[in-house]
Design a protein. Structure first.
Length: 154
């Protein structure tokens, strides 16, 4: 058995870039993940990795409305590899994470009375939005809110 699954938790590097097509929309943005460690006898080191995230359809709408530079999010998805020829004819290779699930993490910014479905709830909880599953013509959305206390390890 084999499968392609990626789970990342990090901070958004820039506001999502939105592209609209005839029956579809696409959001692209970068996500930074960091790992901190201390080598033997050394100073503490933080290593940051940057990931290209792509979200389609309703996840793209979620990204457009609720994800901004600095937002902390969780992304579940698949690794996708593609190539293209740039303007000079040089072949370029890209690795992207195609999002299946995006969860908004952290607290709602102070001073905002904004109500959001799929965003953070008024108690400062988190929201998640799963990519709609398609079976025939039917599209179902799975929109849930969770209490961050449910994620505590104790």
């Amino acid at each position: 058995m084999s499968f392609n699954k990626v789970i990342l938790v990090g901070n958004v590097g820039k506001d999502p870039e939105i592209r609209r097509f005839e029956n579809n929309s696409k959001a692209s943005f970068s996500l930074a993940t960091s790992e901190t460690y201390t080598p033997k006898g050394g100073d503490r080191v933080t290593q940051t990795e940057w990931h290209n995230i792509v979200a389609w359809r309703r996840l793209a709408d979620l990204a457009e409305n609720y994800i901004h530079k600095g937002s902390q999010i969780l992304v579940e998805g698949k690794l996708r590899y593609r190539s293209y020829d740039d303007r000079e004819g040089v072949k370029r290779y890209v690795v992207e994470v195609e999002a299946d699930v995006i969860q908004l993490l952290g607290r709602k910014p102070d001073g905002g009375n904004q109500q959001s479905s799929g965003g953070q709830n008024s108690q400062g909880g988190t929201g998640s939005y799963n990519k709609p599953s398609q079976s025939g013509d039917e599209i179902s959305d799975d929109l849930t809110t969770r209490d961050p206390a449910d994620d505590l390890p104790f």
